[in-house]
Design a protein around this ligand. Structure first.
Ligand SMILES: [Zn+2]
Length: 117
């Protein structure tokens, strides 16, 4: 049984995330370094650009074209791009999160009450 705790490749803290990388070994990162992992940030920026632009067109383009941009509208435009960026980052981190090892496959499953013997 492997009891060794995986560590972040950059700082040596306990790794919380594992990312597929171009090399044969996966990239292990702590929370701090995972949030700024290059491919995650790059993908989130692409998602924010595409989704944010669609949402901007749907929600604020008419206001901008009418010349009625207020500080509140400007804040909403920033949030329109920020939200898909954060959702994409969260999604990437959640799918790459290391989970505690489950019981070994050779171990018998726990008995369930009411199950046939
Ligand atoms: Zn780290």
């Amino acid at each position: 049984m492997n009891t060794q705790t995986p560590v972040c490749a950059l700082c040596g803290r306990p790794a919380r995330f594992r990312f597929a990388s171009a090399g044969s070994t996966p990239a292990l990162r702590c929370w701090r370094h995972a949030a700024f992992y290059g491919p995650v940030v790059q993908r989130a920026l692409q998602v924010a650009l595409v989704v944010g632009t669609f949402l901007f067109i749907i929600n604020q383009l008419d206001v901008v074209l009418s010349g009625k941009v207020t500080p509140l509208v400007a804040l909403k435009i920033v949030l329109t791009y920020l939200v898909p960026f954060l959702v994409s980052t969260y999604s990437a981190l959640e799918t790459s999160r290391l989970r505690p090892a489950t019981s070994a496959p050779s171990e018998a499953p726990p008995e369930r009450p009411g199950a046939p013997a």
